[in-house]
Design a protein around this ligand. Structure first.
Ligand code: FE2
Length: 421
């Protein structure tokens, strides 16, 4: 089963990535950053975690305000670095442990954290500034995989400190019940004290940062009682992102062994690192099995329903390319291109031969089996002049006439009337 070997706390300031990319290792202003990360690098190199579960917040790079969520877990098998305005940093993509991601989401939902998920989104400095100084990497990649957990801390209401702590407790159950024998380290990013907006811009509080780190180690529950305003008063409004550290701390044993801590304030944000080793008694196999049984409770028996395919994260991953292509049909320009030259659009979407055939032949049932979600079939239907009822009949494997005989009214329709109809 999976083991949480310990946790790392790390600020995620853009300065860290800048210092690395600009080769500032020996520059007196930047050198303390690299010195602070050296023991963390050594710890990772020695303990060799298979997966880093990275808790971070996106800086309105890949998650815009049009859909803002509290807790969003990456379920992808690879993550690229985001372009934050100056082009992407020269760091390679990192693999994602999609199997662990899916298990964690299922487990957290079972524990009543209604998670959102993401894939196909680049990660900004929230992840990659820390990551790039935590481990050696080159074009060949990275020595570990990650599972990123994005926390919405920028647009209120945001989760409370207590909610973050409770998520950490549930995260521990989620990881420890994963059946594969892998070592996981949890990395919490963010902070420390800083404010980078408004007239209070430039606020820091070194004394609070020291107290915060002391409490994080020895009395984290005290930190769960603080409000966002109290965090902002002591550590700056943006410094309130340190509540993300409580997710990490909640996943560890009550007593931890701190093997490293550093703090440096070069510019706007207190840059801190820490390593906490976990002293938790691992979940017993019986307990883990009981939890996995609970995770399967809601869909148990659904597989016995003939011709029924619950839309799980596994199906979603399998159908990702096709779904993205079909979703693109809501854009009038892409729709027009598809209608005039399907092949060209298939190539642009990098569809496999099998996927092209499924769409070209309007193999509605095959598309469902492949992982397409049914609501996107309706979009392909309306674009190609096929009614919903035709699609339903085809999935059922009968003629339209036969299917219509099972309906009360003999009507056909699409998800939208084609323009001009
Ligand atoms: Fe941040």
């Amino acid at each position: 089963m999976a083991t949480i070997i310990g946790a790392i706390a790390s600020s995620h300031t853009p300065t860290i990535g800048f210092a690395l990319d600009a080769n500032k290792q020996e520059d007196p202003a930047w050198k303390p950053i690299f010195e602070a990360y050296a023991p963390v690098r050594e710890w990772i190199a020695e303990r060799q975690p298979d997966v880093l579960l990275m808790i971070y917040n996106d800086h309105i790079t890949s998650f815009f305000l049009d859909h803002y969520s509290a807790f969003c877990l990456g379920v992808d098998d690879s993550y690229v670095v985001a372009d934050e305005g100056g082009g992407p940093r020269p760091v390679p993509p990192i693999g994602g442990h999609a199997g662990l991601s899916r298990h964690v989401v299922q487990s957290l939902v079972t524990d009543e954290f209604d998670m959102s998920t993401f894939r196909g989104r680049p990660l900004d400095h929230g992840v990659f500034s820390s990551l790039s100084v935590l481990m050696d990497h080159d074009e060949g990649g990275w020595p570990t995989q990650i599972v990123p957990l994005q926390v919405g801390v920028l647009q209120f209401p945001i989760p409370t400190a207590l909610r973050c702590w409770k998520l950490g407790e549930a995260l521990r159950r989620a990881i420890e019940s994963y059946p594969e024998d892998i070592n996981v380290a949890i990395v919490a990013t963010g902070g420390l004290s800083h404010q980078v907006h408004g007239e209070r811009c430039g606020f820091n509080n070194v004394a609070w940062d020291a107290e915060f780190m002391e409490l994080m180690e020895n009395d984290p529950v005290a930190l769960t009682r603080m409000t966002h305003a109290e965090y902002a008063r002591l550590g700056g409004m943006e410094g309130a992102e340190v509540i993300m550290w409580l997710i990490m701390r909640g996943a560890l044993s009550a007593n931890v062994r701190k093997v490293h801590q550093s703090y440096y304030l070069p510019s706007m944000t207190g840059i801190a690192t820490a390593i906490y080793e976990n002293a938790a008694r691992p979940m017993s196999p019986t307990e883990a099995q009981r939890h996995r049984d609970a995770m399967g409770e809601q869909l148990r028996g659904a597989d016995e329903l003939e011709g029924t395919y619950p839309y799980t994260l596994e199906r979603s991953a399998a159908g990702w390319r096709v779904n993205r292509f079909l979703h693109g049909l809501i854009d009038p320009e892409r729709r027009a291109r598809f209608q005039s030259d399907e092949t060209c659009e298939f190539a642009a979407a990098d569809l496999s031969d099998e996927e092209r055939t499924l769409i070209r032949t309007r193999d509605w049932r095959g598309l469902i089996h492949h992982g397409a979600i049914f609501v996107l079939l309706e979009k392909l239907g309306v674009v190609t002049g096929v009614s919903n009822l035709h699609i339903y009949a085809a999935m059922r494997g009968v003629s339209l006439e036969e299917f219509m005989q099972t309906r009360n009214q003999q009507v056909t329709y699409s998800v939208a009337a084609p323009v001009g109809a």
